[in-house]
Ligand binder design. Structure first.
Ligand SMILES: Cc1cc2nc3c(=O)[nH]c(=O)nc-3n(C[C@H](O)[C@H](O)[C@H](O)COP(=O)(O)O)c2cc1C
Length: 378
């Protein structure tokens, strides 16, 4: 019965909602969806109905405990979908195994001038030029603290943070101090299950200084002193050469970082297959299908060298269970997505989980952990 509802919701999204939503400007659709979610997620009966229709549970195959956190399934929402962490109840209800909220910053920021998003339908991608807009850590943490315990449940919340994208934070030293100030507030609030430092936002004025090993070392040395009681992850850039990427991983391991999220948007358009017209004047990084192959390659290489030291969250171009499984077999314990949900609707999370179990059974596995890194054991 649940499967019937799940496939019906997918059909309705694809053939009824999506044609309407995709005829509108993406920034407006995102705002509308946020407003809709904030209303619908409030009544318990709505959360129950959504969960009963869309969520898929199979603890014996899909539940993992990693760094002391129980993830009921491996599929989460990636950073940027819920920038102010206002949709936690909704994302839990649709059956996510975790959410990465944010990216939030110590000082609130309006982000770049609109529009922030452009759709590339034939490429199955978005162009993103938001520039870390968010209400600021104080406001966001206060809101999170007000969520009742039964609504939050044991849903893992990964808070993504970065230096504030404001004119006054204009040197590496100030960026480190600002990031540390935000992390101290997150520590004090106790609302995060884990935190992710976004090293790689391609749309800020600061030009990603922490994608250099020397600056990253300085940032992580300062973060070490905060003594966060939760696992710390790094959101890694996409499309770096392995030599550059490995240089960053070495620094991460030196500082006892728990894991890496691979990877962010692609920036170099000439290296990926873009099937839609896209003017050079349309600024921003590209999500979705073009991120899939480069992120998988970095996941594989990272798992091969650091599989016993770093937990990998695989991100980029996941539209199906096969795509998620590819990331898992390349070395990811957890998988996050955004563009797949925008293109396929909220039923995608439950559907991926359901079909992942079928794929695991097909390959003779009895638990998801047995498939992690399977490509490298061939
Ligand atoms: C609308 C949008 C906003 C994003 N904002 C952020 C962000 O604030 N922080 C971040 O670390 N990544 C951000 N990203 C990157 C995603 O987290 C993810 O790494 C990338 O989109 C690839 O995944 P996908 O193909 O499933 O979308 C954003 C992506 C999209 C599509």
């Amino acid at each position: 019965m649940v499967t019937f509802f799940s496939y019906t919701s997918k059909f309705l999204y694809r053939h009824v909602a999506k044609p309407v939503l995709f005829s509108m400007q993406p920034d407006g659709v995102h705002n509308g969806m946020l407003a809709f979610s904030k209303v619908v997620q409030k009544p318990r009966i709505m959360r129950r109905m959504i969960s009963g229709t869309l969520a898929y549970k199979n603890p014996s195959f899909l539940t993992q405990t990693i760094h002391g956190i129980t993830f009921h399934n491996p599929i989460g929402i990636s950073a940027g979908f819920d920038k102010n962490i206002e949709m936690l109840p909704m994302l839990r209800s649709i059956g996510c195994g975790l959410m990465e909220g944010g990216t939030v910053t110590n000082i609130a920021s309006k982000g770049n001038p609109r529009p922030w998003f452009h759709r590339l339908p034939s490429t199955q991608a978005l162009v993103v030029h938001a520039g870390l807009p968010n209400h600021g850590i104080d406001t966001i943490l206060a809101r999170l603290a007000s969520i009742p315990a039964h609504v939050r449940g044991d849903f893992p919340l990964n808070i993504s943070t970065a230096p504030s994208n404001v004119a006054s934070i204009d040197t590496t030293k100030k960026m480190i101090a600002d990031c540390v100030a935000g992390l101290k507030k997150i520590k004090k609030s106790g609302v995060a299950s884990m935190v992710t430092i976004n090293l790689s936002c391609p749309n800020t004025t600061a030009k990603e200084p922490f994608t250099n090993p020397k600056e990253l070392d300085q940032l992580l040395a300062a973060i070490d002193k905060v003594k966060l009681p939760v696992p710390v992850f790094l959101k890694m850039p996409n499309q770096l050469s392995w030599r550059q990427f490995d240089g960053l991983l070495k620094v991460a391991v030196k500082h006892g970082i728990a894991g890496v999220t691979i990877a962010n948007l692609v920036k170099n358009r000439s290296l990926v297959d873009i099937k839609d017209p896209l003017a050079d004047t349309t600024l921003g990084g590209i999500s979705g299908r073009p991120t899939f192959a480069p992120s998988n390659e970095l996941i594989r290489k990272t798992y091969q060298k650091y599989g016993d030291q770093l937990t990998i969250i695989g991100v980029g171009g996941v539209f199906s269970a096969e795509d998620a499984y590819e990331k898992i077999k390349s070395g990811a314990h957890l998988v996050e997505l955004i563009t797949g949900m925008i293109f396929e609707g909220p039923g995608i999370v439950g559907q991926i989980n359901r079909e992942l179990v079928t794929l695991l059974k097909r390959d003779g596995y009895t638990h998801i952990s047995q498939a992690v890194g399977a490509h490298l054991r061939k």
